[in-house]
Design a protein around this ligand. Sequence first.
Ligand SMILES: Cc1ncc(COP(=O)(O)O)c(C=O)c1O
Length: 356
Amino acid sequence: MFPWDTLADVTALARSHPDGIVDLSVGTPVDPVAPLIRDALAAASGAPGYPTTAGTPALRASAAAALLRRYGVTGLADDAVLPVIGTKELIAWLPTLLGLGPDDVVAVPELAYPTYEVGAQLAGAQVVRADSLTQLGPQSPELVFLNSPSNPTGKVLGVEHLRKVVGWARERGALIASDECYLGLGWDAQPISVLHPSVSDGDHTGLLAVHSLSKTSSLAGYRAGFVAGDPAVVAELLAVRKHAGMMVPTPVQAAMVAALDDDAHEGEQRERYARRRAALMPALQSAGLTVDDSEAGLYLWATRGEPCRDTVAWLAERGILVAPGEFYGPRGSQHVRVALTATDERIDAAVARLRG
Ligand SMILES: Cc1ncc(COP(=O)(O)O)c(C=O)c1O
């Protein structure tokens, strides 16, 4: 069963609240797409031909330029960038695209976005959950997923930690896929890209950074993301993806260029999430929940020191729907994940209920 389907009863309970549900579960963006992005999409909507799998030269250049401007990633040539049909698609198929199979091991964080494990399973590869190199022991994974800031915990991996993992992976010939979906949302800690020179020493060999436009530009409905890093790996992915028809539609590619070239709407979106976090975090605490980690990203990782399903039900009685921590790994069994993705009006409603 799809995990979210197990929330049917608590969803119905939250919906029955007289002032309506505040849905902080899935984390889907709610703020309208910026006009400059919609205009770019519309302007490209007449294109009759097939899109290129590699992405237009404009898109590849814009993606590399945005990583430099926004996150200080230097040294990315345009052919080190490849658009994807939303990053969930890339993550779910990456082990398969790389040709991994039953003899191969994929490492994922202990508490993780479930699609890392799904991707390994689709390829028939083995999965190991580990947050540290000591936990991995003698095992030698072919692929290591990192995610900082983390979904679900909001934890940030520091430069030293990332450097250690990169050095270790290089010694063993492992590929690192760093999911940087929430990189721009640093609150109490400054997230850093695995491609940043202070982590990679300017050498992107064996490194991929995965970037989604779903949250930065509220483009979840467009299905827009890209992967960047080791040009040899990007070329390998491109070759397979061409055969498999994994191409981003032309109007979406044009919309991505507009989104990546403009930092103003991205900054405004970040401020919206910052305000919602500033309202929601103390309200959860005043209702007796403890907020752990949550130093960055789009979620608050909270606990009442009880099984997570009890906390989900407790919040649903107040009309607030959140995700049980167990969705993300066994260590999440006493936490819930609270998304910052609701309108200001709905966040205010949640705050009033938690404080009331
Ligand atoms: C950590 C992480 N990676 C990737 C994704 C997928 O994003 P998309 O497929 O919309 O690019 C999500 C979506 O919530 C996420 O939380």
